[in-house]
Ligand binder design. Structure first.
Ligand SMILES: O=C(O)CCC(=O)c1ccccc1C(=O)O
Length: 453
């Protein structure tokens, strides 16, 4: 397998960063690489916290760390005090790149991960405030890229990145370009929204978006036209809703809804754009580097993949070949994966099983709401009472009106018992709901409302 340093040499005179300085990338990466090699001669390779804000510095530091086989932890510079405390306690880094404050109590030397010298730790689970790091390696990330190019039959991947580089969704866009010798544009979603757009041939590029970003782009005609020029628009990070998919299809967006997670180094199942435009509404087929099976008893999805993480830092998984996920789904006769819902979000109300996704999608289709999330609230009578927390389009819309729309669409037990109207739902930048927070908001609200049934 080609190593990070081999790629770096090939890239010496290659202008692969569009709008950024490829030469600067090369210089920073080599300089840091030699520094790390010197440090590693004295002791075991130092553990690095990487929180650079500037994209070229971030990527050059990342490659230097990988090439010098130093454990590297990708971090969000905007984490709050609470997150940073967790991360510093867990990691006890030797080097911190990108944070201004110096007093972190560095260099404790308890390097408990020396067994996997070239490990790459990618953060996950930030939506509820508790940060975990999935342990990846150059090999697992490369396997993900290999699977991607085989599935899409590409030689070189050109990526247009508006997602954070410390997150698996942004990092893998870089990896696809870096490993295949493709081009990379790095910009921010804000720049795109204000229509400061680089001059490239968009039909050569893949862009990755999360559903809330797609929704924003489809609200503006100029940005919708812009998006329709891309060869592939990968969509992932959170479940998309049917109305959004319909709208994208209507505008001929070459969408590729994906299924994957930090632990699998991004997508392992993807619907190809032609299938999407032909009306398919599922997660697509399995990429060649992965295997997906369904647990007969529970319906849970079971994953084997060459791109699978080895554990959560600092613990390696006992059975690294089998990753059981919280999602429930099935594979159809043609091998397309259909996700039904999250098993931990399953609500049991009056003895009936309810998956929130089905109820949420029916509520979205009424066109009376902007956003919605359905949860279960502990209830003496029902066990769990189905509760919809929603943002109304019009503050005067009554609950009765929404319920009337739902009557012939959903079985009676799937109609929420409680409705809570809020100005905002607690979603993170990826669009994922912070469930513990929402649960608390809903329970507090119902405890204090006099007219709850
Ligand atoms: O959020 C996650 O857990 C993974 C999401 C992810 O990687 C992704 C997010 C948006 C668009 C494309 C992708 C992808 O799988 O490549």
């Amino acid at each position: 397998m080609k190593q990070p340093l081999d790629y770096l040499q090939n890239f010496k005179n290659h202008a692969w960063l569009i709008g950024d300085d490829s030469q600067e990338f090369y210089q920073i990466a080599t300089e840091l690489y030699f520094q790390l090699i010197e440090l590693s001669k004295k002791a075991i390779p130092p553990k690095i916290i990487l929180a650079e804000r500037e994209p070229v510095r971030f990527l050059a530091s990342f490659i230097a760390a990988c090439a010098a086989k130093c454990p590297v932890f990708l971090c969000n510079p905007d984490w709050g005090k609470n997150e940073w405390e967790q991360v510093f306690n867990l990691v006890q880094p030797d080097i911190v790149w990108g944070l201004e404050t110096g007093d972190w109590g560095l260099g404790t030397g308890n390097n408990n991960l020396s067994a996997i010298s070239n490990s790459i730790m990618i953060p996950t689970g930030g939506s509820s405030g508790k940060i975990k790091f999935a342990i990846h390696t150059w090999e697992t990330l490369t396997a993900s890229v290999q699977g991607f190019i085989e599935y899409f039959q590409l030689n070189a991947v050109n990526s247009f990145c508006v997602l954070p580089l410390y997150h698996v969704s942004g990092l893998m866009q870089f990896m696809r370009s870096f490993i295949t010798g493709g081009k990379l544009v790095i910009t921010s979603f804000k720049e795109i929204e204000s229509q400061r757009i680089p001059n490239i041939n968009h039909s050569d590029f893949c862009i990755s978006l999360v559903p809330t970003q797609l929704q924003k782009l489809l609200q503006k005609p100029e940005l919708t036209t812009w998006l329709s020029q891309f060869e592939t628009v990968l969509l992932g990070g959170a479940p998309a809703w049917e109305e959004l998919l319909e709208k994208a299809r209507f505008h001929h967006i070459r969408l590729a809804p994906t299924y994957g997670m930090t632990e699998t180094a991004s997508q392992i199942v993807t619907l190809k754009p032609d299938d999407f435009l032909n009306g398919k509404n599922n997660s697509g087929q399995i990429l060649p580097h992965a295997q997906v099976t369904i647990d007969n008893l529970t319906g849970n999805i079971l994953i084997k993949a060459k791109s699978l993480a080895l554990g959560y830092y600092p613990q390696l998984w006992e059975n690294p070949n089998n990753f059981l996920v919280d999602d429930i789904g099935f594979l159809d006769a043609e091998g397309y994966l259909h996700i039904i819902g999250r098993s931990s979000n399953k609500i049991i109300s009056g003895g009936e099983n309810i998956y929130p996704i089905e109820v949420e999608s029916a509520i979205r289709k009424t066109n009376l709401i902007i956003d919605v999330c359905v949860i279960g609230i502990p209830d003496k009578h029902w066990g769990q009472a189905l509760t919809a927390i929603y943002i109304p389009k019009n503050p005067n819309t009554s609950i009765l009106e929404i319920e009337t729309h739902l009557k012939d669409k959903l079985s009676k037990f799937k109609i929420p018992k409680h409705w809570i109207s809020l100005p905002n739902l607690p979603r993170n930048a990826q669009g994922k709901i912070n469930h513990p927070e929402l649960q608390k908001i809903a329970e507090d609200f119902l405890a204090h409302s006099s007219h709850n049934s």
